[in-house]
Design a protein. Structure first.
Length: 193
């Protein structure tokens, strides 16, 4: 099981972004939904490592969050309230979010299997840095591809040439991100066993 503890960066100098996160992330495949735990922090419980990677990288792209991921067991049955959950994955997520505040890509993984968590942490951090450094044009091109568009369709939607889409995807590291996501998913799965 995975617990995500997500803390808004610079919240004392920024608007409260938690309500928007809670609204926008309700449609995800979550065991327990994101719930405000304290001030500018939220938590969710997730079973699928692919969902964990998607959530983490979506949050990285928004540039306002530190993302801690705890891998491991949770006390079951899980309570209805996310914030009432307990167990090693919750404890690991707490440690991870504190470390994420100064980590590359603002994401960190901790878990019951320290070596497995370290491997997943490294893979996810590499992809997170790639996503965080992406330009707005690169984000737009990648978003088109993630929606299932062809490069021709993406070019039409963005009002640019197919060659420009190809160049934006290359500069954005789209193919590297795709492989990195799969690697991070596999390593998270291993860290949870």
């Amino acid at each position: 099981m995975f617990v995500l503890t997500v803390d808004q960066r610079g919240s004392r100098r920024d608007i409260d972004r938690v309500a928007q996160l809670l609204t926008e992330f309700t449609h995800r495949d979550l065991v327990r939904p994101f719930q405000r735990t304290a001030g500018d922090e939220v938590q969710a419980v997730v079973a699928d490592p692919a969902t964990v990677v998607d959530l983490a990288l979506d949050l990285v792209a928004r540039e306002h969050w530190s993302i801690g991921i705890g891998a491991g067991p949770v006390e079951e049955p899980l309570p209805a309230e996310t914030r009432a959950g307990r167990g090693p994955a919750f404890e690991s997520a707490r440690v991870a979010v504190d470390r994420a505040k100064s980590a590359p890509g603002r994401v960190a993984v901790e878990g019951s299997d320290p070596d497995g968590a370290a491997d997943a942490d490294t893979a996810l951090a590499l992809v997170a840095v790639l996503v965080a450094r992406r330009t707005e044009e690169g984000r737009e091109a990648v978003e088109q591809m993630r929606r299932g568009a062809t490069q021709t369709e993406a070019a039409r939607a963005l009002g640019i040439s197919k060659q420009a889409v190809s160049q934006r995807l290359s500069t954005a590291g789209w193919h590297v991100e795709t492989a990195g996501r799969r690697l991070a998913e596999r390593l998270l799965r291993k860290a949870d066993t």
